[in-house]
Design a protein around this ligand. Sequence first.
Ligand code: ADP
Length: 488
Amino acid sequence: MKILMVTSEAVPFAKTGGLADAVSALSLALSKEGHDVRIIMPRYYRIDRKKLEHLSGAMAVHPGYQEIWTGVYKGMLPDSTVPVYFIDHEQSYGRDGIYGVPGETDFNDNPQRFSLLGHAAFQLCKKIEWIPDIIHAHDWAAALAPILLKFNERHGVFKNTASVFTIHNIGYQGVYGKHLFPYTGLNWDNFYAAGFEDWDRMNFLKGALVSSDKLTTVSPTYAKEIQRPEYGFRMDGILRYRSNDVTGILNGVDTDIWNPEKDPLIASTYGVKSIKKKLLNKEALQKHMGLPVNPDIPLVGMITRLVDQKGVAELFGPTYGSAYRICSEIELQMVVLGSGEAWCEAELSALNQSLPNFSAYIGYDEALSHLIEAGSDFFLMPSRYEPCGLNQMYSLLYGTLPIVRNTGGLADTVINYNEQTGEGTGFVLDHLSPQSIYDTTGWAAYAWYNKPEHIKEMKLRAMKQKFGWDVSAKKYVDVYNAALKDIR
Ligand code: ADP
């Protein structure tokens, strides 16, 4: 099958979140299954042109008012045969930032920038004379591709092409003033027909939810949750209407990178048969974070974007968050790695000063994130919502028991501890509140001190879990086939 991935991010070229990992990993897994997968994305300023092949001739794209001449560069996903085509257009992508500069509002010309991406997808296919069976678009920035397929392109060479749209996070929708709608290149009838209209503004994600042949999201539980008002970010009605076309497929884990048996970024590698060596990582982590070195105290780790989605208000909210109480009343240590909202960074710094058993590093640090996964006993992830979540899966594979909220991909991957039988792979809280985070963390610490044999069994059970992309890729192929059946 020929599959074109349309995306605003893909590792190793550009990343702001899990989307970038998922697109590349899924592409590689599909390619290994023998599919012809290609990726199209913008060439942001930081992607070095010198390392790419320039395709001869400029490519004309017509998003709306104007004709735009773009360059096309070609690279490959590392160690693969998956080509990545980069759309080069200085005015649109020749700046720092993918959607905006961190800490500031998004670029106000995003509708133009990402309409260009959608149009370029079709022009590219014609240019390279490669017509995909499936156009698979990811998140709002790629939303125009399935919309254009349905309303403009399906009459010609793309008549046998079907579209699949994946929601990686429904909280981000690409909502802009409707005066920018003409930049999509669609006529005004489509403003309503294609589903863009959203309280008199334009909403890219909504357009894709209405227009794509099939919809997927990144875990089975999240697929159900987003059809409810509490989780749907106002899209629950459309998703209920399209319920038969929505599938949840859990993201996989890249076990070449996240594998405690061969991870070069941790102090000591270990596996199920050598789990004792995990303790060397605990010691290294305690040292690195300036905490007292002590194997006999439970260590709770956390790696997160400091944004509301992750439950940080309930945990670190000034005066009402439970982190202070957790660290002062429960005999444990806590390490946090994260960056994000300014109030939360300030709160972490304050906790750093006031608690001897708490240590936070504010920033982004890949190596430290591996050491936290390897060195912690527990991993705290009390998300308000979690489309899939990767860290809880990394934690399981590293024998670090997740303490999670019962939502989205967390609910699909972590089994709650049963203190009678010792079954389970982590600790699950239902309702998000400062008290429930406190209680569940306290419960985990209690088990650590009082049921060490259960904790040991759970760690080993967790490490044996399988989260391969090969399984997920097969499920995507089923969705692709269903989409093709719908249109052919
Ligand atoms: P999301 O994509 O919503 O941020 P996920 O758990 O799906 O959450 O994926 C987050 C990824 O980003 C993980 O690989 C995690 O380790 C990484 N990450 C998040 N914050 C940091 C940080 N401050 N330093 C290093 N890695 C981080």
